[in-house]
Write a protein that binds this ligand. Structure first.
Ligand SMILES: Nc1ncnc2c1ncn2[C@@H]1O[C@H](COP(=O)(O)OP(=O)(O)O)[C@@H](O)[C@H]1O
Ligand SMILES: [Mg+2]
Length: 282
């Protein structure tokens, strides 16, 4: 059974005419690492809100079709119950941090679950260790850098041990170096833990190498869905003006069109450089 399954999912926010999601059909299997991309306003965040029940329970509006998360019907199950299944990390970590110390922030959600103190302690230490923040646990979150704050926000969600983690543009407020660190942490968590990971992101050049699947959305619909290489190949042929295709994939395509045979679409600069080097220095 798929861990996330949406069937003919269509959604309209209250008082809006146009659906933000239109006829979404999506199956995500346990353990997948899915990257979702697409132009601003195409419905990525809205889809994430359906995964953890913020839609329809918090936003209201009109949700048609079906969505199930780990077997639970999102329309019928409370957001509290869904929060144990889906952890959502937002763009802006400041929205997720409000305590006087990093440690208190990570403990907060666990206290709400009513866990015993020694289990809370164990999970807080475990989560902070996984994101590399153990040394900063007594710091006030507002004193941390943006990248450290996002790591703290990830620890907050991780400590709840949900089987599914969803990251909605987790690096859009970060510099490229911190962004890369966050992507590495996400990839490491996916590899180490038994997690299903969904990342909404436009900086594809760092991320697609880790992903098992890439989805492009446009105007509330899923327009491409498949293995990253294949999706990037298709996207660089037909969608390049519209969505942020990594430069390396576009260059790969241009070189291929010039008659340089490079094999399947390169996901990273190293992958593209390798056959070129061999051509130049056979
Ligand atoms: N809270 C909201 N109320 C009404 N409309 C919204 C709300 N949030 C998003 N929308 C609209 O839904 C559409 C999809 O937005 P969103 O899911 O935020 O896109 P993305 O995350 O891909 O940028 C847009 O047209 C946006 O204006
Ligand atoms: Mg968004």
């Amino acid at each position: 059974m798929a861990i996330i399954e949406a069937q003919s999912l269509t959604y309209k926010y209250p008082n809006s005419q146009k659906p933000a999601l239109q006829n979404i059909n999506l199956k995500v299997e346990k353990g997948e690492f899915v990257v979702i991309s697409g132009p601003s306003g195409c419905g990525k965040t809205t889809l994430c809100r359906c995964f953890n029940g913020l839609i329809p329970h918090f936003y209201g509006g009109e949700l048609q079709g079906e969505i199930r998360v780990n077997g639970l019907n999102v329309k019928e199950v409370s957001t509290a119950k869904l929060a144990t299944q889906v952890g959502l990390v937002f763009q802006n970590p400041e929205n997720q941090l409000f305590s006087l110390t990093v440690e208190r922030d990570v403990a907060f959600g666990l206290e709400n679950l009513g866990l015993p103190p020694q289990e809370i302690r164990r999970r807080v230490d475990w989560a902070l260790n996984l994101v590399g923040l153990s040394g900063l646990k007594d710091k006030p979150p507002f004193e941390l850098s943006g990248g450290q704050q996002q790591k703290a926000a990830i620890a907050c969600v991780l400590a709840m041990q949900p089987p599914i983690m969803v990251f909605d543009e987790p690096t859009s407020f970060l510099d490229p170096l911190s962004a890369r660190e966050i992507f590495n942490i996400i990839a490491e968590l996916h590899a180490k833990l038994d997690l299903t990971v969904i990342v909404v992101e436009h900086r594809l050049e760092f991320l697609t190498a880790h992903a098992s699947r890439l989805i492009f959305m446009d105007e509330g619909k899923i327009v491409l869905d498949g293995k990253p290489r294949e999706v990037l190949k298709e996207a660089s042929e037909s969608f390049s003006g519209k969505i942020g295709i990594p430069k390396v994939a576009l260059l790969h395509r241009r070189l291929t069109l010039q008659g340089i045979s490079l094999g399947s679409t390169s996901l990273t600069v190293d992958e593209l450089a390798e056959p070129l080097r061999r051509m130049l220095h056979p």
